[in-house]
Design a protein around this ligand. Structure first.
Ligand code: PMP
Length: 307
């Protein structure tokens, strides 16, 4: 058991009772829409990082998937707060999910299936292990290409799309890397299996743009704001693969991975093989804000009091 309670379809439910039927549509066809948020512990509070942006993206993903969310943004935020309180979680990873449940037939058309909703909060520390945030991780360019822009909606967080992301990650791990970087059909860099990517080249920070088959990460947006505040020029650009081998620094960003340096790609060392000064400055400001050491000057944290 990771937590005593899971919020399901409007009420808090004991862990053991949060079940789905084996013929649920989502289990067979990937008809689920999800988000990943983090709460950081500051004093007595669980401070949720940019919940509004996450739930707005979730409602967008639901629209793309034609699976309307029964909850609006405020209701999702309330459900999240209720789950954090029930589990007495101040620091947690938060997983809201909308999915098609057991319908009248096993047919592909999911519209007959009921829409179910959950919010889970679980303890989850660093994604790549304790020292990765300092030492960086080794990544490979995946042999799997991201489906083209017209094939899947990269901007929507739909469960079925993550079948590919899992193959990318499993391949990378089997090959001895921590993560895989997906190229698009043209060979341009998109992102990691579950995180956005930034490259430092000279005095610029470069990241693939919204038309380059990426998810528009909430952390990516934080990092752009932080970089601008630090006087670093950020440029969205179509990024050829070979820039990965030219970059002075590379880092991943995401709710789970936070701001994590990449120290090598395909066994080619990035920069000096350790966290570079731009990554460090950005990472320090990010963690300064979410730990409460620096003022939350952009109002990113929504506190939930846990008694
Ligand atoms: N890309 C993908 C494919 C992801 O799954 C995630 C995680 N949600 C991200 C990027 C990073 O997004 P965020 O910063 O909003 O967590």
């Amino acid at each position: 058991m990771w937590a005593p309670y899971i919020w399901k379809n409007g009420e808090l439910c004991e862990w053991e009772k949060a079940q789905v039927h084996v013929l649920s549509h989502a289990l067979h066809y990937g008809t689920s829409i999800f988000e990943g948020l983090r709460a950081y512990e500051i004093g007595e509070n669980a401070c949720v990082l940019r919940p509004r942006e996450h739930f707005e993206r979730m409602l967008f993903s639901c629209r793309v998937a034609r699976a309307p969310s029964p909850l609006d943004v405020d209701q999702w935020i309330e459900a999240t707060a209720a789950t954090l309180r029930a589990n007495e979680h101040r620091a947690a990873y938060i997983r809201p999910l909308v999915y098609r449940g057991l319908g009248e037939t096993l047919g592909l058309d999911g519209r007959s299936g009921p829409i179910e909703t959950i919010v889970a909060t679980v303890p989850w520390a660093t994604y790549f292990g304790a020292d990765a945030l300092e030492r960086g991780i080794d990544a490979q360019v995946s042999s799997w290409r991201r489906p083209g822009a017209g094939a899947v909606s990269a901007l929507a967080k739909i469960g079925g799309h993550y079948a590919e992301a899992q193959m990318v990650l499993a391949e990378a791990k089997d090959n001895g890397f921590a993560e895989g970087i997906m190229l698009d059909q043209m060979g341009h860099v998109t992102e990691g299996s579950g995180q956005n990517i930034f490259l430092v080249i000279g005095d610029e920070l470069i990241t693939p743009g919204l038309g380059d088959s990426i998810l528009e990460g909430v952390t990516r947006n934080c990092i752009r704001t932080i970089a601008a505040d630090l006087g670093i020029t950020v440029r969205e650009a179509t990024t050829p693969r070979d820039l990965l081998y030219k970059a002075d620094e590379i880092f991943f960003t995401g709710t789970a991975v936070e701001v994590c340096p990449v120290r090598s790609v395909d066994r080619i060392i990035v920069g000096e093989g350790r966290m570079g000064p731009v990554t460090r400055a950005i990472q320090q400001m990010f963690f300064g804000i979410v730990t409460g050491a620096l003022p939350d000057k952009w109002g990113w944290l929504e506190p939930v009091c846990i008694e």
